[in-house]
Design a protein around this ligand. Structure first.
Ligand code: AMP
Ligand code: ZN
Ligand code: FE
Ligand code: FE
Length: 282
């Protein structure tokens, strides 16, 4: 099967590997197309494009945007976006500023909890790119405050934990509009993270579809086989496309391999054709 991966992070956000490395790795796993979907930034796409040309793999311009949603998490993926769109770039800059207001507050809370963590160290570890909670988690592991990134999240950094700080987010409809406005197609990422029952999730997807959502990431590393088929069936009932990806973050999510996910992921190339047709209709 001609495999693809439509969800991967680089060190321009909270992945550990540079874009060229992520591209090479995807090619070495047999992928013929890859989307780079960093949080709140398109700055890694240029390096990825050059590497993809060398590897002979198709590179899809992507982005992942956090939307305002509670009690779970809602992320919207964008594909085939014009990464030079001034509106997109301006809005991403604003979102990063909101992040940069949140981040020092996380460091402050961690210090209050008794940890020797300065925000400067976190920035340095992130390599001055978009700083995310996984960078805090990594530093906590390096300093012996947690045994794993997952433990750092569970004990301190996840939503509702002691060092969790909200950041300003777009409303779901705004995130969708931002992506479509930049010529892209909008896809609901990893729906299991909404924390909803299947019935509730389908109602929400119907609402998002009315706001312009194009697809649902049913094939996802951490989705069970039941979740993969349930979300794919919802998508088809609602006239939405099905997509899939690993959410590769390198060493920040060490159990997730690019293209293969936890070992059982395989996203067929045909799904990309559907997305492309939608994008071409924009
Ligand atoms: P941020 O955008 O900085 O709030 O961080 C979001 C990142 O943290 C994404 O890469 C998520 O996959 C990761 N993340 C969120 N919750 C958890 C969790 N409970 N365990 C591990 N990683 C998480
Ligand atoms: Zn991430
Ligand atoms: Fe996500
Ligand atoms: Fe992601």
């Amino acid at each position: 099967m001609r495999a693809i991966d439509l969800h991967a992070h680089t060190n321009y956000s909270d992945g550990s590997d540079p874009p060229s490395e992520v591209v090479r790795l995807a090619a070495s796993r047999g992928a013929i197309a890859l989307a780079i979907t960093d949080h709140d930034t398109v700055d890694g796409l240029e390096e990825a494009r050059r590497a993809a040309e060398l590897c002979g793999i198709e590179l899809i311009n992507g982005i992942e945007i956090s939307a305002d949603y509670s009690p779970g998490t809602m992320h919207i993926l964008g594909y085939f976006i014009d990464d030079r769109s001034p509106t997109l770039r301006l809005e991403l800059m604003r979102l990063r500023q909101s992040r940069e207001r949140r981040n020092p507050e996380i460091a402050r809370r961690l210090r209050e909890l008794g940890f020797d963590i300065s925000y400067e160290e976190v920035v340095e570890l992130a390599g001055n790119q978009v700083v995310g909670r996984p960078h805090f988690a990594r530093l906590m592991v390096e300093k012996g405050y947690a045994r794993s990134i997952k433990e750092a999240f569970d004990r301190f950094l996840k939503k509702g934990a002691a060092a969790y700080v909200e950041k300003e987010r777009l409303r779901p409809a705004q995130a969708i509009e931002l992506i479509r406005g930049a010529g892209g197609v909008a896809v609901l990422a990893h729906p299991y993270q909404l924390g909803l029952s299947f019935e509730e999730a389908e109602r929400l997807m119907a609402e998002l579809a009315r706001a312009g959502l194009d697809g649902v990431e049913a094939l996802y590393s951490r989705h069970s086989p039941e979740e993969r088929s349930a979300y794919a069936e919802m998508a088809s009932r609602l006239g939405l496309l099905v997509t899939g990806g690993s959410d590769y973050h390198g060493s920040y999510k060490p159990d997730i391999d690019i293209v293969r996910g936890l070992g059982d992921l395989s996203v067929p190339y045909e799904l990309l054709e559907g997305l492309r047709r939608r994008a071409e209709q924009r």
